[in-house]
Design a protein around this ligand. Structure first.
Ligand SMILES: [Zn+2]
Ligand SMILES: [Zn+2]
Length: 275
């Protein structure tokens, strides 16, 4: 029987061939190691648990991919169509032949773009299935737990068009290389911001938040949130999809700017008299 040379962290789903005893991504203040200790998994384990990939259309030219039953932190990956092939924005927590053939019917994958280390998942497996490169922020390269062969994972820093009509850049914040991408043709041409965890939609309509850690509720400073929003303000978009498939359906750019102002005011202490 062939030796399996890599594994998946059962908590965050990131592929790992480092041999480390505890997943470095979970053993960080932004995440957590389960109370019972580190657990590892494999794609075969997940397949035997009945895992499969659900694909649902979010809007014309954009599909959400997530594993069912839920694995990892329940993230939603997005497949976005361009004239030069599809972008896979982050990856779902599983892959099998059925998922690959259904994604192939939608045009396959021309590039995989990671929003940040929590979402690296089994990105090398998805990229290999389609012969596509994985793009990872250079600033976050120390978090990659499985590099594959030279050239399979490409690091980048300066803003670039990952595919025609999809611009990627790194506002940072949640991680130094936290990435967003604007899909210009999305939302009927108003533009869609793929925000990852750089900013996250909240239940109150028309607002988002910014966090160093979402599960452990660690904030960012006023200066950083203002800087992140300043970078995003240079982009043109009407809708936002975050890491969990939540959205700000319209006027999302204004929502990001007003939310950053409110957030910065609170963490700066402007409203301490209300507490
Ligand atoms: Zn982990
Ligand atoms: Zn995250």
């Amino acid at each position: 029987m062939a030796k399996i040379s890599w594994t998946l962290c059962a908590t965050c789903g990131v592929e790992n061939d480092t041999g480390e005893q505890v997943c470095a991504i979970c053993d960080d203040e932004r995440q957590w190691v389960p109370a019972g200790g580190q657990r590892w998994s494999t794609l075969a384990d997940r397949a035997s648990d009945g895992c499969r990939i659900e694909i649902t259309e979010r809007e014309p030219g954009c599909w959400a991919l997530h594993a069912d039953p839920k694995v990892d932190i329940g993230q939603t990956a997005l497949l976005v169509r361009t004239e030069a092939g599809n972008l896979l924005w982050d990856v779902p927590g599983f892959i099998d032949d059925d998922a690959v053939s259904r994604v192939r019917e939608l045009g396959g994958v021309a590039a995989v773009l990671a929003s940040h280390p929590h979402m690296y998942g089994c990105q090398l497996e998805w990229a290999r299935a389609f012969g596509a490169p994985v793009y990872v922020a250079e600033a976050d390269r120390s978090w990659v737990r499985r590099w594959g062969e030279p050239g399979e994972i490409v690091t980048w820093s300066a803003p670039f068009d990952v595919l025609p009509g999809i611009r990627a850049l790194q506002p940072g914040g949640h991680f130094p290389g936290s990435t967003v991408a604007v899909w210009e043709a999305g939302a009927e041409g108003r533009g869609v911001l793929l925000s990852g965890d750089t900013c996250g939609a909240v239940p109150d309509q028309g607002w988002v938040t910014f966090m160093r850690s979402y599960p452990n509720s660690i904030p960012l400073s006023a200066a950083v949130v203002t800087r992140v929003a300043g970078t995003i303000a240079e982009l043109d978009f009407g809708r936002l999809y975050d890491n969990f498939g939540r959205q700000v359906p319209s006027d999302a750019r204004a929502a990001v700017l007003r939310s950053a102002e409110r957030y910065a005011a609170w963490v700066r202490g402007d409203y301490d008299h209300l507490t």
